[in-house]
Design a protein around this ligand. Structure first.
Ligand SMILES: Nc1ncnc2c1ncn2[C@@H]1O[C@H](COP(=O)(O)OP(=O)(O)OP(=O)(O)O)[C@@H](O)[C@H]1O
Ligand SMILES: [Mg+2]
Length: 386
């Protein structure tokens, strides 16, 4: 096992593309770190630099405490499962698994032992003599994993290993990978653009955009306290509702938040997170509310009830996603009433038990503002630490 460190790593390709910029990351020994971000943000480039397939154009990469910038792949003791992994079609599962060991010129007895052990770990023993063509997608994917594991690498690099699988299998193999990593405790860096995989797999999650690290932390931490509007919108499905707003002083020491024409009372526990609010009053800000911050208002007056018009709804069986016309200008969406665009929308995650809402319905929702997040106009989250 080994630690992995990237210090101010940069990658500019010969054509001038800056794929990775000033990227620093410390992965602990035995940690499962997930690197997540949209397509083209530099995830594969980072893994390829760790594997030794690309050289960084700046900064330093350390594995197990040693600088490896110029060290060839075979001298790094890392194993990578590629985004487009390919098994040898004419070799059996056993031969596919043994191949990396043959390349290392490992003695046959030891080779057989290793292959048997990895096959056992991954549940591949019954298929050792089959060719990949006669395996299911999930089994093939496990052979690709096995080929990386069989060398007992100090570091595992997995580049979207589940992208070839259908949705159901993905959930199953995802759970298997998590279990396996917990058992082996091999330092693992797992790349995905799927935020559900990111939230469920990693000890920590690093969010990347345009080659730059946006935030790193536990999944829950990133979900509850995103560092900026990108992380807020990226994690969660659907992402956080983000709208333009201002804070106003209410009665006594209370705070109120503009929600279009309406005002929401800001609970003390939320206000405490924003630091010195007096400096923020009346200034243009961005606010974020998760879809689950909304709930159906019960009969009778309730605090923070808002009346909204339903634009569309999706009944998912276990919950209803209700899209409604936003009372407040939504960040990054056209303003309501814009001629060529549909009105800006927000989304609420409501219990499936509730009555289904139809397009055009007017409904009253209660807003739980305890987990409200505020951002400055540049999109950086406000925090008491600033
Ligand atoms: N050899 C190359 N030459 C020039 N540009 C490259 C090269 N390889 C990658 N890039 C560019 O670098 C950026 C990052 O690419 P990378 O493959 O790391 O993205 P990614 O996050 O893995 O995306 P995806 O989720 O689609 O796999 C992209 O803009 C890509 O076009
Ligand atoms: Mg990639």
């Amino acid at each position: 096992m080994a630690t992995v460190q990237l210090n101010h790593v940069e990658k500019v390709f010969p054509d001038g593309t800056r794929a990775v910029a000033d990227f620093s990351l410390d992965v602990r020994d035995g940690e499962f770190l997930v690197l997540v971000g949209p397509s083209g943000c530099g995830k594969s480039t980072i893994l390829r630099m760790l594997a030794g397939l690309e050289e960084p154009t700046g900064g330093e990469i350390r594995i197990g405490g040693e600088t490896v910038n110029h060290r060839p792949p075979q001298k790094r003791n890392v194993a990578m499962v590629f985004q487009q992994y390919a098994l040898y079609p004419h070799k059996t599962v056993r031969q596919n698994l043994a191949f990396p060991l043959r390349m290392m010129k490992m003695a046959k007895a030891e080779r057989n032992k290793r292959v048997a052990r990895v096959a056992e770990t991954l549940g591949l023993t019954p298929w050792l003599d089959r060719r990949p063509k006669h395996l299911s997608g999930g089994q093939r994917q496990r052979v690709a994993m096995g080929r990386a594991m069989v060398r007992n690498p100090a570091v595992f690099l997995l580049d979207e290993p589940l992208s070839n699988l259908d949705a159901k299998l993905r959930v199953q193999v995802r759970a298997e990978i998590a279990q396996l990593q917990r058992r082996l405790r091999t330092t693992t860096i797992y790349v995905t653009h799927d935020q559900v995989e990111a939230m469920t797999l990693g000890d920590r999650v690093a969010v990347l955009l345009d080659g730059r690290l946006q935030q790193i932390g536990g999944g829950r931490e990133l979900y509850d306290a995103p560092a900026n509007v990108f992380v807020a919108g990226f994690l969660g499905s659907p992402g956080m509702n983000i709208f333009h707003t201002r804070l106003h002083g209410g009665e006594g020491d209370t705070l109120e938040l503009e929600f279009g024409e309406q005002r929401l009372a800001v609970p003390e526990e939320a206000a405490a997170r924003f630091g010195r609010v007096d400096a923020l009053l009346e200034r243009p800000l961005l606010a974020g509310l998760r879809p689950e911050a909304f709930s159906p208002a019960e009969d009778g007056a309730r605090e923070n009830g808002v009346r909204v018009r339903v634009a569309a709804s999706e009944a998912l069986g276990y919950e209803n996603l209700v899209y409604f016309e936003s009372p407040a200008p939504v960040f990054g969406q056209p303003a309501a009433g814009g001629e060529e665009h549909a009105a800006a929308r927000m989304v609420a995650r409501l219990p499936a038990a509730g009555p289904p809402s139809a397009t055009g319905d007017s409904v009253v929702l209660t807003v739980d503002a305890r987990r409200l997040v505020l951002f400055d106009r540049e999109g950086k989250a406000l925090s008491a630490k600033d």
